[in-house]
Design a protein around this ligand. Structure first.
Ligand code: FES
Ligand code: FE
Length: 440
């Protein structure tokens, strides 16, 4: 079956709440995603706090491509393909660090921290001075920009600015990163592990699937509750493909321990600064593969590694000005719940892996459309909260919005600009005003 627009439209009927699971297993669709999704989206690279000093670098991926993110001497950030122009060897084999140059360990070509080719062995007696250093620098990521310390890159020079791409998600991100004076920082030590499943299963879950938690995570919730139900929150789907869910009131775990007490105090201050948003964001996904659980002090990237494999890179986020003991306690708590062996995280990985096993072996199962109908037709506008708003903590609007955008990227030759009349377009107005009213 040719992977063309007609075929993809036949699989992704987002507006009727129906998705054909071939998009989670097809090799051809995965290959097209590398070009159309990961080659054109703004992808999370790192946080400012991970590369604070000149020549600091962090090695990550944009889709399947390895990239280096490097702080420049003037404070700006560049990103380039971590692949040597000579034979494509990885020029940097470390995960992070500080260096003024990257020497490829195959034949010794050496690049500076801006990606420019500095020197090659035998430039005079083998290349006879004919090799252009200027023309053989590392391939630059076309656009790099940041929002509130979060650095993103885009391989497509024609993509609209990051600010537009994030759209109304900025309003919700602000409610989280502006919690406290000084903003947030990422603590050292990313946790990375592999799941044998398609990356979209994780991304769509973070775009809106809180429904799974009361079943999948029942034992965790019973251990350190309190639990929650549909009426305890709401969810929002944003036209840009982002989605999120939020609780009206967040309960503190372990109220008696120092972290619980710190979180209570933090919430009180946050509420003064950003109103209802202080308590709210439970989970979000920024299209396509950057997600977070702000209430659990966690952000993560779903790096695709094939149609049936992805890596989770999980980072702990804390208020920059938090006391050291609170940061440490938060890191332990985040690892305990959302780390590779976390009591919450392992539940999700098992589901995703089992689903992918069914698709990998099955024939009938691949033909069966999946149901994404929850909350269809119940959307409304909310005066304080931009986006397609739904009066339930459980819903699938975020997932439908994700696949709507996915389909646009996958079936459009030019960069899929959203018509202005379709954009929610209220985030800036709401941010400028004061949101201290009730969410309901
Ligand atoms: Fe890098 Fe040859 S592959 S120097
Ligand atoms: Fe989960």
């Amino acid at each position: 079956m040719a992977v063309d627009a007609d075929y993809l439209h036949s699989l992704v009927n987002w507006n009727q709440g129906s998705i054909g699971p071939e998009i989670f297993i097809s090799d051809e669709i995965y290959k097209l995603e590398q070009e159309r999704i990961f080659g054109r989206s703004w992808l999370f690279l790192a946080h400012d706090s991970m590369i604070p000093n000149p020549h600091d670098f962090f090695a990550t991926y944009m889709g399947g491509d390895p990239v280096l993110v490097v702080r420049q001497p003037d404070g700006s950030v560049k990103a380039f393909l971590n692949a040597c122009r000579h034979r494509g060897m990885r020029v940097c084999r470390a995960e992070e660090g500080n260096t003024r140059s990257f020497m490829c360990t195959y034949h010794g070509w050496t690049y500076d921290s801006a990606g420019k080719l500095q020197s090659v062995p035998n430039q005079e007696d083998a290349y006879f001075g004919k090799l252009s250093l200027e023309d053989n620098g590392l391939i630059q990521v076309a656009q790099v920009d940041s929002y509130k310390g979060m650095i993103f890159g885009n391989f497509d020079p024609t993509a609209p600015p990051l600010h537009d791409y994030l759209g109304d998600l900025k309003y919700y991100i602000d409610g989280w990163v502006d919690h406290a004076e000084g903003g947030i920082e990422v603590l050292p030590g990313a946790i990375k592990w592999t799941i044998n499943a398609n990356w979209k299963l994780a991304a769509e879950q973070f775009a809106g699937d809180t429904y799974h938690a009361t079943t999948t995570h029942l034992s965790s919730l019973l251990s350190f509750g309190p639990g929650f139900d549909a009426k305890d929150g709401a969810h929002v789907s944003l036209r840009e493909g982002h989605g999120e869910s939020f609780l009206f009131e967040r309960h503190t775990r372990f109220e008696d321990d120092p972290l619980g007490q710190y979180n209570e105090e933090k919430r009180r201050i946050a509420r003064e600064r950003v109103g209802d948003r202080a308590d709210m964001v439970a989970n979000f996904n920024a299209f396509p593969n950057f997600s977070g659980l702000p209430g659990s002090a966690n952000i993560r990237v779903w790096h695709p590694k094939g149609p049936n494999k992805f890596e989770i890179w999980s980072f702990t986020v804390v208020e920059k000005n938090a006391p050291e003991e609170a940061k440490r306690a938060q890191q332990i708590s985040a690892s305990f719940t959302e780390g590779a062996a976390g009591v919450v995280e392992t539940d999700d990985g098992e589901n995703w892996g089992m689903i992918s096993g069914v698709l990998e072996q099955g024939y009938q199962a691949r033909k069966m459309a999946w149901n994404y109908e929850m909350g269809l037709g119940t959307e409304r506008e909310h005066p304080d909260f931009p986006g397609e708003y739904h009066d339930s903590f459980f819903g699938e609007a975020g997932q439908r919005g994700f696949y709507r955008r996915w389909l646009e990227f996958m079936t459009t030759e030019a960069w899929p600009v959203i018509p202005p009349e379709e954009r929610n377009g209220t985030a800036d107005a709401v941010t400028a005003g004061s949101n201290t009213g009730g969410a309901r």
